[in-house]
Design a protein around this ligand. Structure first.
Ligand code: SF4
Length: 216
């Protein structure tokens, strides 16, 4: 039996009512630029910090033109709560500049073009495509998606980008849109990185727990 649809639907049931991550909420406005910037702010930080930084920044500037008008110190201050604020400010400034100068202020709706911009990796580009442009042709794969898919034995991969390509071969297309959000929520609450809560996991009977050394 193919367990993938069953596992996704059980995890979906568990997290149906959960609060969506900030990047996902930002994308509900169907503004690819804000989705992209929120995703850059979310790197290596907790969701509450992303929410705080995105809200401070977007109150003042939410287009490439407006961001480029901000002195870099001011931009750093606005996004301070997201952590790594100096690097993130430089990246956001650069991304805004490229989008304004090379793409007339519109985010390119092409994953390869997005990834050509310094500072935008595969996951960020895929998030922008799927949630910002509503084009679910990819499976945005971060550390949660990567780790969970490997623990479940769906893939046997070393890095998230490789995991995405493998998942696209085996996960039915109708689940691509929701998979990232569900696995991020699941990875934060149950299938956590160190010592996952296997005893209360809704999919434990379908999981070989590959690579799990310690669990609760
Ligand atoms: S059984 Fe454990 S390792 Fe497997 S998905 Fe659930 S929490 Fe993760």
């Amino acid at each position: 039996m193919n367990k993938i649809p069953k596992v996704i639907s059980l995890i979906g049931k568990e997290f149906r009512e959960s609060k969506k991550p900030t990047v996902r909420k930002t994308s509900e406005k169907r503004d690819p630029f804000k989705t992209l910037i929120a995703c850059l702010l979310s790197l290596r930080t907790r969701d509450e910090n992303t929410a705080k930084a995105s809200s401070s920044l977007f109150k003042v500037a939410d287009t490439p033109e407006e961001i480029l008008k901000l002195p870099i110190r001011k931009l750093e201050k606005l996004i301070f709560s997201s952590g790594f604020y100096k690097n993130k400010a430089r990246t956001i400034n650069h991304v805004s500049k490229v989008i304004l100068e090379e793409y007339n202020g519109k985010v390119p709706s092409d994953i390869d073009k997005l990834m050509e911009i310094k500072g935008i990796g595969r996951k960020t580009a895929a998030i922008c495509m799927v949630y910002g442009f509503n084009k679910p042709h990819y499976i945005p794969t971060d550390v949660h998606v990567h780790q969970i898919a490997n623990r479940l034995g769906w893939v046997k991969t070393k890095i998230p980008d490789q995991t995405e390509l493998e998942l696209m071969k085996i996960v039915p297309r109708k689940y691509w849109y929701e998979l990232n959000t569900l696995f991020v929520l699941f990875g934060k609450k149950i299938c956590v990185s160190v010592s996952p809560f296997c005893s209360k996991c809704p999919v434990n009977k379908y999981c070989p727990r590959i690579g799990v050394k310690r669990s609760r």
